[in-house]
Design a protein around this ligand. Structure first.
Ligand code: CTP
Length: 402
C-alpha cells in the first residue's frame, strides 16, 4: 500500500504550461488513496480549467480568496488546516518569488503563508524556461525557500515548450508521486549508504552466446527503491535486466560476476549496508572465445569447461568492515526446497548477520514473493505480498538491526 494512502493533500497550481502534468498527478494521487483538494491561481486557469481538475479530484476547485462557499469566508485558513501537505505543482518562478517574500494577494499564496508551518509541509515542483531557472534571482530564491523549510523538488532536464533545451522542466507526474511517497515514508535509514546487487549475471561463451539465469532483478530493484524511500543514499549494481532505475538511486550496470565484484568492491567502503540479491552465476566458461564459435559441419559439439566465480557476498562479508559488523551484510538464498534449513546453513557459511530466504523458481519474474528472515535469534516469515511491500518491510527490519 502507498505511504500516501489516507493523506489529504492540497494540490496548488500556479501558471505554467507544465499544468497539463498536474492533471495526471492529481489522478495518480487519487489512485494512491489521497484526497486531493485543488487550488488554482488565476494564471493557472489560463493553462488548465478548474472543470478538469474538479473532475479528476472529485472535489470542487478553489480559485479565489473571496469564495462564498466558505461560511466564514476564510478559505485560506480552512483549506490549510485540513491538509497533511500542500504541494504546488507547477510552481512558477513568479510564485516562488512571491512565497519567498510572504506575498498573499491571491488564495494559493495566502493559504501557503497562513499554513501552520510545523504541521503542514509545503512542497513545490518548479517549472520554467531554462534561462529563468538558471537566473541568479531564481537560484537565490530556491536557496532561500529551502532555508525557510520549504521542500523544493528537483527540476527535469530536456526539451522545453518554448523550443529550448535545458533544466527547468517540471518533473513528470510519476516522479513527483515517487518523491511524495519518499517524503511521507519513515526516514529510518537517513544518512546511511546502502549498496544493493540485483539481477542475473551473464557469463560469455563467445561474443554472441553466454550463460545466464532467470532472475528478473525485481526484488533487488524494489529493495533499492525501499532503501531510498527510507532516506538512504543507494547504489544499485545491476546485472543485465530491463528495469527502470528507481528514482534517486545511483545505478551501475555490469554483465559478469567479476564485473559485479569489481563494482561492489568500489562502493563497499562507503556503504553501511550491503544487500546481495543478485543471482550470481556460480560458474563461468573457463575460456571465452574472441570470435563466434562456428559449426564445422562434422556434427561435433564444442567442449565447455567451467571455473568457479568469486563469491561476492562472502568476499564482502569476510572483509574487515564486513566481519566487524561496520558494514551490515545481508544475503539472499533462492532455494527450491527445505528453505529454513538451507537458509540457516547458508547464513553461517556466508558469514552474514541476516539471510533472506525465498523459493527461487516460484518467484523469478513475478511481482510478488514471500520471504523468510533468518538471523542469530531465529527465523521470521514475511508472508506473501508484493515485492515492493516486502522490500519496505525488509528495509524496516534492517534499520532496526543496525
Ligand atoms: N552470491 C554472491 N556471489 C556468488 C554467489 C552468490 O554474491 N558467486 C550471493 C547471492 O547474491 C545471494 C547469496 O550469495 O545473496 C546466496 O546465493 P545462492 O545462489 O542462493 O547461493 P550459493 O552460494 O550459490 O549456493 P548454492 O548455489 O549452493 O545454493
Amino acid at each position: 500500500m502507498s505511504t500516501l494512502a489516507g493523506k489529504h493533500i492540497v494540490l496548488g497550481l500556479s501558471g505554467g504550461i507544465a499544468a497539463f502534468k498536474s492533471a495526471e498527478l492529481c489522478r495518480a494521487l487519487v489512485k494512491a488513496g489521497v484526497t486531493v483538494q485543488v487550488v488554482m491561481t488565476e494564471a493557472a486557469e489560463h493553462f488548465m480549467t478548474a472543470v478538469t481538475m474538479q473532475a479528476l479530484s472529485g472535489r470542487p476547485v478553489y480559485t479565489s480568496q473571496w469564495d462564498p462557499r466558505e461560511a466564514n469566508n476564510m478559505a485560506h485558513i480552512n483549506l490549510s488546516r485540513e491538509a497533511d501537505a500542500i504541494v504546488v505543482a507547477p510552481a512558477s518562478a513568479d510564485f516562488m518569488a512571491k512565497l519567498l517574500h510572504g506575498g498573499a494577494d491571491e488564495l494559493l499564496s495566502l493559504m501557503c503563508l497562513a499554513r501552520p508551518i510545523n504541521q503542514v509541509p509545503l512542497i513545490v515542483a518548479p517549472a520554467m524556461n531554462r534561462e529563468m531557472w538558471n537566473n541568479p534571482a531564481t537560484q537565490r530564491n530556491v536557496a532561500q525557500l529551502k532555508a525557510d523549510g520549504i521542500h523544493v523538488l528537483d527540476v527535469g532536464q530536456g526539451d522545453q515548450a518554448c523550443g529550448e533545451t535545458g533544466d527547468g522542466r517540471m518533473l513528470e507526474a510519476d516522479e513527483i508521486l515517487e518523491d511524495l511517497e519518499a517524503f511521507f515514508s519513515p526516514n529510518v535509514l537517513a544518512g546511511k549508504a546502502v549498496l544493493v546487487t540485483a539481477g542475473p549475471t551473464y557469463e560469455a561463451i563467445d561474443p554472441v552466446r553466454g550463460i545466464t539465469n532467470l532472475s528478473s532483478g525485481k526484488m533487488g530493484f524494489a529493495i533499492a527503491r525501499a532503501a531510498r524511500m527510507a532516506g538512504a543514499s543507494v547504489t544499485l549494481v545491476a546485472g543485465p535486466v530491463h528495469l527502470p532505475t528507481p528514482r534517486g538511486v545511483q545505478r551501475v550496470d555490469v554483465r559478469s560476476a567479476r564485473q559485479m565484484l569489481d563494482a561492489v568492491q568500489l562502493h563497499a567502503d562507503a556503504a553501511d549496508v550491503f544487500i546481495a540479491t543478485a543471482a550470481v552465476a556460480d560458474w563461468r566458461p573457463a575460456h571465452s572465445a574472441d570470435q563466434k564459435i562456428k559449426k564445422d559441419g562434422s556434427g561435433q559439439t564444442p567442449e565447455l569447461s567451467f571455473v568457479e566465480n568469486p563469491d561476492i557476498l562472502a568476499t564482502i562479508a569476510q572483509s574487515p568492515r564486513g566481519a566487524s559488523g561496520e558494514l551490515f551484510c545481508v544475503g539472499f538464498a533462492a532455494e527450491s526446497h527445505d528453505l529454513l534449513a538451507h537458509a540457516t546453513a547458508k547464513r553461517i557459511r556466508k558469514g552474514v548477520p541476516l539471510l533472506v530466504g525465498n523459493i527461487g523458481p516460484a518467484t523469478f519474474g513475478q511481482d510478488d514473493n514471500a520471504l523468510l528472515l533468518v538471523d542469530t535469534s531465529g527465523a521470521r516469515e514475511l508472508p506473501h505480498a508484493s515485492k515492493q511491500a516486502l522490500a519496505l518491510d525488509l528495509i524496516a527490519h534492517i534499520a532496526r538491526q543496525i
